[in-house]
Design a protein around this ligand. Structure first.
Ligand code: KIV
Ligand code: ZN
Length: 497
């Protein structure tokens, strides 16, 4: 089995898409989960892009211990210095430089001559190498580059000290045979170098192209959780990993990814960004292990492999029928977690137990799905909240306006407000704005049941804007109105941070 290294760029390329922006503490939480997932490199951001980006790369570098933490950087001394400052405390650090090599980009974007491009690569890779042991250099738009020039640029980067070379299909233009030919040629020319595939999904070919690159000798793959990213997204981590795992007979390759962390990671990202996972999304969609047709159901009951090529348990989807209730103690919860092979520190356990008790008070039975939800949505309660919902009441009369009364707790005490709106949520949201004294603007709202049954847990997700900055808020409750109010306050707190 050959070893394939995984660079996860969810927090950099993944974030570069509308609606995917994350706050620094959300990125840090996600980075810790990516480390648990077993990715080798976490591309934590583009430090020179903004002060916020530099700060979150620095925070991630401070907490991640096993994975390498990486920052993207333009071929500019100022960018390299900013990346160095953000990464200097990382246990393992990498800088990822990029410069376009295609004629289109060189002429219209860079407005440089080919010789100038080569000089810039030489200078910036050399300078980066004086600060970092690991330097990745990517030839942006590699798949549309002239092959002879591409080989020249790679040679210059390697000579200047690059240790990994990335060949992005920046606009998702290529197809598997073409990618295979490109990687075969560069690997033959530079057999001792690690080449990385970085594919975009504009034509729906990112995973196929990444697999083709592996067949041709790429030893690193760049991916994102749930395939999020610019335009149609990047190579979906879960899809490419499960393709390698399921067809290891063909690919003969393995990674360090811990399969059972795949679903929790995917759900955590969806909770943070508010971007829903389509039900038919390969690997992590909720329909992936459902069988509607009688023939399929019968087959699966006889032997799962008749209609399922993936094992849900392997992916962290536990089909566990044990239920817990409000009388279950910490011991029962610990046993329940152990049955799912989940280990926790005593303080994590205490926190989970508190939240479990809160939920068990509202729900008759707590199932493994509820617990998995509490586990993967921990970030909702770990934030330093400025405002907490103390209590509320809303009166609605059919055909008339709704009236809300809310109490929000802050470190200065309880603040009370009242408001009128077109419906219960409008009234509640207006009241929250009045109490906090800000004109938060609601852009989007949705709610969905997370678990089954009459007293199912429901999640409300909304997007809120203040002074041009947008965030996602989430709230979970057995009551939709309560979930929505919690989501709104959650988003307000994020915007106030
Ligand atoms: O798609 C791309 O070309 C990139 C580079 C900046 C590495 O993301
Ligand atoms: Zn990209």
């Amino acid at each position: 089995m050959k070893k394939i290294f995984v660079l996860d760029t969810t927090l950099r390329d993944g974030e570069q898409a509308p609606g995917n922006s994350m706050l620094a503490y959300e990125k840090t939480e996600m980075a810790l989960q990516l480390e648990k997932l077993g990715v080798n490199v976490i591309e934590a951001g583009f430090a020179a892009a903004s002060i916020d980006d530099a700060e979150s790369v620095k925070q991630i570098a401070g907490v991640v211990k096993n994975a390498t933490v990486c920052s993207l950087s333009r071929c500019k001394k100022e960018d390299i210095d900013i990346a160095y400052n953000a990464l200097k405390n990382a246990a393992h650090a990498r800088i990822h430089l990029f410069l376009a090599t295609s004629p289109l980009h060189i002429k219209y974007k860079l407005q440089m001559a080919e010789e100038e491009v080569l000089k810039k690569i030489e200078e910036s890779v050399g300078y980066a190498r004086s600060l970092f042991k690991e330097v990745q250099f990517s030839c942006e738009d590699a798949t549309r580059s002239d092959r002879a020039f591409l080989l020249k640029a790679i040679g210059v980067a390697i000579k200047a000290g690059a240790t990994i070379i990335g060949l992005p299909d920046t606009v998702g233009y290529s197809y598997p045979e073409e990618i295979k030919a490109m990687f075969s040629e560069v690997v033959a020319a530079y057999p001792n170098v690690v080449f990385s595939a970085h594919c975009h999904n504009d034509l729906g070919l990112a995973v196929a192209n990444t697999l083709a690159a592996i067949e041709a000798g790429a030893m690193q793959i760049d991916c994102t959780v749930n395939g999020i990213g610019e335009r149609a997204g990047n190579t979906s981590l879960e899809e490419v990993i499960l393709a390698l795992h399921t067809r290891r007979d063909h690919f003969g390759a393995e990674t360090d990814i811990v399969l059972r962390q795949i679903c929790p990671t995917s759900q955590m990202l969806s909770a943070i960004t508010g971007m829903k996972i389509p039900p038919n999304k390969p690997i992590v969609g909720k329909n992936v292990f459902l069988h509607e047709s009688g023939i399929h159901q019968h087959g699966v009951l006889q032997n799962r492999c008749t209609y399922e090529i993936l094992d849900p348990a392997e992916l962290g989807i536990v089909q566990n029928n044990i239920v817990l209730g409000k009388h279950s103690g910490k011991h029962a919860l610990t046993e329940f977690l152990e049955s799912m092979d989940i280990k926790m520190s005593p303080s994590e356990m205490n926190e989970l137990f508190e939240r479990f008790k809160e939920l068990a008070d509202k729900k008759k039975v707590v199932t493994y799905k509820d617990i998995m939800y509490l586990l993967s949505h921990g970030h909702n309660v770990k934030t330093t909240r400025t405002y907490n919902v103390d209590s509320y009441s809303i009166a609605t009369i059919m055909g008339s306006s709704a009236v809300a009364m809310l109490k929000l707790r802050t470190s200065d005490g309880v603040k009370v407000g009242e408001g009128v709106g077109d419906g219960p949520l409008d009234a509640a949201f207006k009241t929250i704005n009045r109490i906090i004294g800000k004109d938060f603007l609601l852009l989007d709202w949705s709610s969905s049941a997370i678990t089954e049954g009459e007293d199912a847990l429901g999640a409300a997700t909304l997007r809120l804007e203040l002074n041009g900055k947008q965030v996602t808020g989430r709230g979970v409750s057995t009551d939709t109105v309560e979930a929505s109010i919690l989501a709104y306050v959650n988003a307000c707190n994020k915007l106030l941070q």
